[in-house]
Design a binder for this molecule. Structure first.
Ligand code: AMP
Length: 479
């Protein structure tokens, strides 16, 4: 089999790796970075700028620079996560003809998967340049809590980019693979993943080469961007008090400040102090003189500004351990994923939460893509096979007459799985067709869960109500 790419499509940044010469190798982007910003911008209709260059043009084109799309992928416009994303988004998020969250591009309304395909296409072409041959298959990682519609949307994004998804892989399992945990003894581990926009913590059980995610918790609106915002406020508030100029109200100034704030945060992971300097960021309204920002920042001050953000890391970790019925002592390893785990205050928090020093031997930004490449190598037979026991994050079932939800496969059922439900009957005399409405979720009223689709079974021979009987079998594959 040809090479199978390992792709981590992240909320903020994405990464691609491939198994070559006996190990997983990260493929640099066209800009010679290990990751590619998950962003695409449209300066004019029909034209797309992707990855790092999309970020660079964001300050002059905010309405048509799309980022964070993984949050809304495969979700309806009414989904609480979408509503929250919508309230903070500089671009317009609107309903598709069938109620999904789509975005308004310069070429009209498009699905998030269509826009994300630009990012995947760019990564695919970097991979092809690196391999010197076409790449058409991938293992793609997804959050452990992704439902069926989100998984389908992720696969569609890859397909639009010319990539067949040979397997979907939960991000925490991918991270565990990256740390070589399939090679050791039986272990229970925590995967702590803090990226630019989201926080996830998962507990996994590893038995030989079989992986099971026991619990996943997180905060969908906690990430490095929040740390950046605190630095922005710490600079912009005193600037306004001194000069009466609101840097946050000036789009270009704000973007410059945002970039510099992120840089300061990153530098303060290795340095104790960093001077934020932004020459000629505004004009003094009274004198017409050029104004500069100069703000001496220390790691200690940054930690002080963001103490409450660090505190928000605790409840999801406690909840994940409780769900897995474990205490920190039961864990054998803690592994780190996501760029923000380079921050000393975050590492200290992890150490405190889990009572152990986390593993730091794999780059946290690339761990998930590396794991996906290892999974790909197991599928092509380059290394020994690996088993992923993936519990369903939500129950799957159908709507009963009257609207109640009847789960056939319960949350936690390990896939792949096939289950035959009870026997169903017709409810009307001479009924010749039934509509089987499938839902995913855990609420008692079917309509409150996520609709997956409707199956029409017709051609039923007319009979009195309740006499036509039929079986429903649900078959859920590894993806
Ligand atoms: P990810 O989504 O995993 O790529 O993580 C991106 C986030 O990590 C962004 O908020 C980055 O600013 C942040 N980040 C990357 N490197 C570092 C670093 N060395 N120290 C602190 N934060 C970092």
């Amino acid at each position: 089999m040809a090479h199978v790419l390992g792709i981590d499509l992240g909320t903020t940044n994405s990464c691609v790796a491939v198994w070559r010469d006996g190990r997983a190798q990260v493929i640099d982007s066209a800009e010679k970075e290990r990751t590619t910003p998950t962003a695409a911008g449209q300066p004019t209709p029909g034209q797309w700028i992707v990855g790092a260059p999309a970020r660079w043009q964001a300050q002059t084109n905010p309405e048509f620079t799309f980022s964070g799309l993984k949050r809304i992928l495969g979700r309806s416009l009414e989904d609480p996560l979408v509503l929250q994303a919508q309230s903070m988004s500089p671009f317009s998020i609107e309903a598709s003809p069938d109620g999904f969250a789509w975005v308004r591009t310069r070429d009209g309304l498009q699905s998030p998967q269509t826009v994300l395909a630009h990012v995947l296409r760019k990564m695919r072409s970097s991979a092809e340049a690196y391999l010197g041959e076409p790449a058409t298959a991938c293992v793609m990682t997804i959050p452990a809590y992704f439902g069926i519609a989100q998984k389908a949307a992720a696969k569609e994004a890859a397909l639009l980019a010319g990539l067949q998804v040979v397997r979907l892989l939960p991000e925490p399992s991918a991270a565990a693979l990256a740390y070589g945990l399939e090679r050791g003894a039986d272990k229970t581990i925590a995967v702590f993943d803090l990226g630019g926009g989201t926080f996830d913590v998962s507990i996994l059980k590893i038995r030989g080469r079989a992986f099971t995610v026991l619990a996943t918790e997180g905060d969908q609106f906690l990430g490095g961007d929040d740390w950046d915002s605190r630095i922005i406020d710490a600079v912009a508030d005193p600037f306004r008090a001194s000069y009466g100029v609101d840097l946050k109200a000036d789009r270009v100034a704000l973007q410059r400040l945002r970039d510099e704030a992120e840089k300061a945060k990153i530098r303060l992971s290795s340095l104790e102090a960093y001077d934020i300097a932004l020459p000629w960021i505004a004009l003094d309204p009274r004198t017409g003189q050029k104004l500069d920002v100069f703000h001496a920042m220390t790691r200690e001050a940054l930690d002080e500004l963001t103490r409450d953000l660090v505190a928000r890391l605790t409840p999801p970790c406690d909840a994940a351990l409780a769900k897995a019925k474990l205490t920190p002592r039961d864990l054998d390893e803690v592994v780190l994923v996501g760029g923000m785990t380079a921050m000393p205050a975050v590492r200290d928090a992890v150490r405190l939460l889990f009572g152990r020093t986390p593993r730091q031997d794999v780059s946290p930004e690339c761990a998930v893509a590396i794991g996906a490449a290892i999974r790909g190598a197991a599928l092509t037979g380059e290394i020994r096979s690996i088993t992923m026991n993936e519990p369903l994050p939500h129950s799957v079932g159908l709507e009963l007459e009257g609207g109640a939800f009847h789960p056939i496969l319960k949350r936690g059922a390990v896939t792949p799985v096939r289950k035959r439900a009870d026997v169903f009957t017709t409810s009307q005399p001479d009924q010749q067709a039934v509509a089987i409405r499938l839902y995913e979720g855990d609420l008692t009223v079917a309509g409150d869960n996520r609709a997956l689709g409707v199956l029409i079974l017709d051609g039923i021979t007319p009979r009195p109500a309740g006499e036509a009987r039929f079986d429903v079998t649900l078959d859920v594959d590894a993806d």
